[in-house]
Design a protein around this ligand. Structure first.
Ligand code: VG1
Ligand code: CO
Length: 552
């Protein structure tokens, strides 16, 4: 029985950088989830005479975090009640973000709902999230998330059914109110895509030759994918995948692959684990499998450098042998990839933070590769960042060049120079104080150009606004930035993914072509800019914080 249930708007359902994220308790209460899901359907429902979702397919899956199982059942019932002809659900409710993107594209779906709060902690006291991806497999553009938000503010009812839960453990098809609900293998489509992009024989030979990979799935969604690809397909020894069983609370850890939360992997790669010598490559992924952390033996590769190295070497993988159409990076990401693009003679686009801004460039064929400083890298194979894809591309490059990670990165710096880079995060800051800091800083910017600060002349000071070159849409207030005549840069931004207070992110970058400086430690190399960033924004004074919570 399809039912229309009266409801009323709930405040605060504005999607952020990547979907709507809230504490589990908020999401699980009353009609919260149902209100948001109905608002998505209302915002994206095709118009015209035929109307509705007749004949359309919706993809549903999540990262396995606490509440995933119950939320999936709600979404399935509502999709059926809203007239979808078919719903594809990952077995056990699992689909990594890049896999969901691959499934949407492979099956010609109308779109998908991905249940994840990505790198945010999970569990009963943790975070939950949901985002809508369109037919291209990518996160909804701002114009659509704005429309969804508007629907949440005027919703009066949602549609659902009284049918029993679907058995998500069993592969196969069941009918829910005439809608075909297919429980699918969450790995199959993504794995098939990876086989087409990379030379798996070369990778098998790499592992057969004794190459050692340590992949930390952080008890999040990539475990099943990593087991299938690295251990079963490519023959890497058992144990290559660590923390490979998805847990609803990620084992109590933050599934955020950075030097703080993937500390054990970093220790291992630096040769400081007494139980085992450092492997050749260390990698980790986040809650929903779209990020990647890359650490070589004795060398951490900053995500911005990783993007640049991948761009410079992508032609070594079959999928990119013909070269790249162009590349893109988010604004706070370092300019390392810009130098590669210049050398290759291809365009390099600078977009706001968040994968949704790459979608148009990828769809239009203007770029092949893109990435963010937050450990997201991807290509035109899907419309999301893809953690395992990035690890496979690194493996392909290592196999082809027969060099170690350190040799490749040092060689890269020798060719292009080095963009020293760091990000400092101040988490759970009082929201009012954080906004006041940004407002005061924004007010100072117009006076800065021409001034000499810390021995550098300011050449640019603005609030970053982006005009999409494909559809002309404009996105304002995407971060405050101050640039200097020597190519150095400071960026301040408030995070759009947190669920408690505000998170202030400060991004710092300095370029050096000097071989004598090449191996300097980034925090030391950037010390004067770090002090300047603090002084210009008055971080200590306004937030009461003497030091960042996370340095990456
Ligand atoms: C962060 C990152 C951003 C990334 C976003 C989603 O956003 O900085 O680069 O696209 O998370 O990643 P913010 O607004 O908190 O800075 V994921 O892997 O959490 O979906
Ligand atoms: Co993620």
């Amino acid at each position: 029985m399809i039912r229309t249930v009266p409801t009323a708007p709930i405040a605060g359902m504005k999607p952020g950088t990547s979907g709507l994220r809230k504490k589990v308790a908020e999401f699980a209460a009353g009609h919260y989830l149902a209100n948001f899901v109905q608002s998505v359907f209302d915002a994206v429902r095709p118009e015209g005479e035929a109307g509705g979702f007749g004949g359309q397919t919706l993809v549903v899956g999540g990262d396995g975090r606490f509440f995933n199982d119950r939320a999936i059942q709600t979404v399935v019932r509502m999709a059926a009640a809203n007239g979808f002809a078919r719903v594809l659900v990952g077995q056990h409710g699992i689909l990594s973000t890049p896999a969901a993107s691959a499934v949407i594209r492979a099956h010609g779906a109308f779109g998908g709902l991905i249940l994840s709060a990505s790198h945010n902690p999970g569990g009963p006291d943790g975070d939950f999230g949901i985002k809508f991806n369109g037919a291209n497999g990518g996160p909804a553009a701002e114009r659509i998330t704005d429309a969804i938000f508007a629907c949440t503010q005027r919703i009066t009812a949602f549609r659902t059914t009284d049918t029993a839960d679907v058995d998500l453990g069993r592969l196969g098809t069941v009918s829910v109110e005439g809608c075909r609900v297919e429980v699918i293998d969450p790995v199959a489509d993504h794995l098939a895509l990876m086989r087409r992009l990379f030379d798996f024989d070369a990778l098998r030979a790499l592992f057969a030759g004794g190459f050692r990979l340590a992949f930390d799935a952080m008890h999040a969604v990539t475990g099943p994918y990593a087991h299938a690809i690295f251990e079963r397909e490519l023959g890497a020894p058992p144990g290559t995948v660590r923390n490979g069983t998805p847990l609803p609370d990620f084992g109590g850890h933050h599934p955020d692959p950075n030097l703080v939360h993937a500390h054990a992997l970093h220790e291992l790669m630096m040769g400081r684990d007494p139980r085992e010598p450092a492997p050749d490559l260390g990698a980790a992924s986040d809650g929903d499998g779209d990020r990647n952390l890359i650490i070589g033996r004795g060398i951490f590769v900053s995500p911005s450098d990783s993007l640049a190295v991948l761009a410079a070497n992508a032609h070594l993988a079959p999928a990119y042998a013909g070269g790249l159409a162009g590349v893109a990076r988010s604004m706070p990401t370092s300019g390392a990839v810009d130098r590669v693009a210049a050398a290759l003679g291809i365009p390099c686009y600078e977009t706001p933070t968040g994968w949704k801004f790459f979608g148009n460039l990828l769809d239009a064929g203007r770029i092949t590769l893109c990435g963010e400083e937050s450990a997201g890298t991807g290509s035109d194979h899907v419309r999301e960042k893809d953690g395992l894809w990035a690890v496979l591309l690194w493996l392909q490059i290592l196999a082809a060049r027969r060099q170690g990670v350190q040799q490749i990165v040092h060689g890269h710096w020798a060719t292009y120079g080095r963009n020293f880079y760091t990000r400092h995060d101040y988490e759970a800051v009082d929201s009012g104080a954080a906004q006041a800091l940004m407002d005061a800083l924004a007010a100072r910017l117009p006076a800065l150009p021409g001034q000499v600060l810390a021995g550098r002349r300011v050449t640019l000071a603005d609030d970053f606004a982006y005009t999409d070159p494909v559809d002309g849409s404009v996105s304002r207030h995407q971060g405050l930035r101050v640039g200097f005549d020597d190519g150095s840069r400071i960026v301040w931004r408030l995070s759009g993914t947190g669920t408690a207070g505000a998170t202030l992110r400060v991004y710092l970058e300095r370029y050096s072509a000097d071989p004598a400086q090449r191996l300097h430690e980034p925090q030391a190399a950037l010390a004067d800019l770090i002090a300047l960033a603090e002084a210009l924004a008055g971080i200590r004074e306004r937030t009461g914080r003497a030091a960042p919570d996370v340095v990456t």
